[in-house]
Design a protein around this ligand. Structure first.
Ligand SMILES: Nc1ncnc2c1ncn2[C@@H]1O[C@H](COP(=O)(O)OP(=O)(O)OP(=O)(O)O)[C@@H](O)[C@H]1O
Ligand SMILES: [Mg+2]
Length: 296
């Protein structure tokens, strides 16, 4: 059977520095795959090549057997990384979701009752219908993620492409998003996502592709997540622990503590409360006595 997504010997660069080098990859209908690799590895660029918003310098990208050279990618739902969204754009949840129908409806200045009903059905499916009238800026990260997922789903895509759908949300929300994606995959949608969370990927995604400018390895997490593959992908020592059928990935334990890399004491820190004050710290400026504010 023809792959749904196929990259054939794709090389890509923005200027002169190569971003992707001779990448060949395919995804069959019904697959659920995660791209993993360090920052700058080319994950987002690869997604944009699949969406047809970037063109390869060499090689070819085809969706359903049709090269994207001369046409936009058909039926691809895209959920961007939340960090890249312009939150000042004044739109409600319902309006964002309805934007997803543009491909089907064209740019009409109004939306039909049927379109609105459909938008609410998708919002209900994602359990955020009660937020329909809210401005997207005033939602939590997990809710925003679902809004953009709803926008992608309303176009009834065969392929869903998501850039870091679990970044910027707490662990439980990330888990919910991944279960939601698994549900959608069971219903027949092919999924390609990126993530930095290797442990979640190992637990939820049946196919992982390790990239760093080129494909280092791909397969089931239990086969691909090894010390050797991950160390090569991340260019650093990675450690994989297998425990009770679980895969836990970690950077090799550090051989230093903060004491080895910062002055001791750190100048801005107040003296420890339990320690007896030396003459010197008692004379320190008042500001050093202010408890350290938690950033963010
Ligand atoms: N619009 C752009 N113009 C020039 N260079 C870019 C552009 N976008 C990305 N790059 C560069 O291309 C390389 C790959 O970027 P890309 O965004 O694909 O990486 P990534 O794997 O998605 O990283 P991250 O995990 O940080 O999201 C990086 O070196 C980046 O600086
Ligand atoms: Mg990226």
């Amino acid at each position: 059977m023809e792959p749904l997504v196929e990259l054939r010997n794709v090389s890509f660069r923005y200027g002169t520095a190569p971003v992707l080098d001779d990448v060949s990859l395919h995804l069959h209908r019904g697959q659920f795959a995660a791209l993993v690799g360090p920052s700058g590895a080319g994950k987002t660029s690869l997604l944009k090549l699949v969406l047809g918003t970037l063109q390869p310098n060499q090689g070819d990208v085809a969706i359903d057997g049709k090269s994207l050279r001369n046409q936009p990618a058909p039926h691809v739902g895209y959920v961007p990384q939340l960090e890249t969204v312009d939150w000042n754009f004044p739109v409600t949840v319902e309006q964002v979701v309805l934007m997803g129908r543009v491909r089907r409806d064209g740019w009409l200045p109004w939306h039909s009752k049927a379109a609105k009903r459909e938008a609410h059905a998708v919002l209900e499916r994602l359990e955020i219908d009660h937020l329909a009238g809210r401005h997207i800026r005033n939602l939590s990260g997990g809710q925003q993620q679902r809004v953009f997922l709803a926008r992608a789903l309303i176009a009834q895509p065969e392929l869903l492409v998501l850039d870091e759908p679990t970044s910027g949300v707490d662990m439980r929300t990330a888990e919910n998003v991944l279960h939601l994606l698994a549900d959608l995959n069971r219903q027949g949608i092919t999924i390609l996502m990126t993530t930095h969370d290797l442990n979640s990927a190992a637990a939820h995604v049946p196919w992982v592709v390790c990239i760093n400018r080129r494909v280092i390895a791909e397969g089931a997490p239990e086969d691909v997540f090894t010390d050797a593959v991950l160390s090569e992908t991340y260019q650093g020592e990675m450690m994989v622990i297998r425990h009770d059928g679980m895969i836990i990935v970690h950077q090799k334990p550090h051989h230093h503590t903060h004491r080895d890399i910062l002055p001791d004491p750190v100048p801005g820190h107040p003296a420890p409360r339990t320690a007896a004050r030396s003459q010197e710290s008692a004379e320190a400026p008042v500001t050093t006595e202010v408890p350290h504010a938690v950033a963010g």
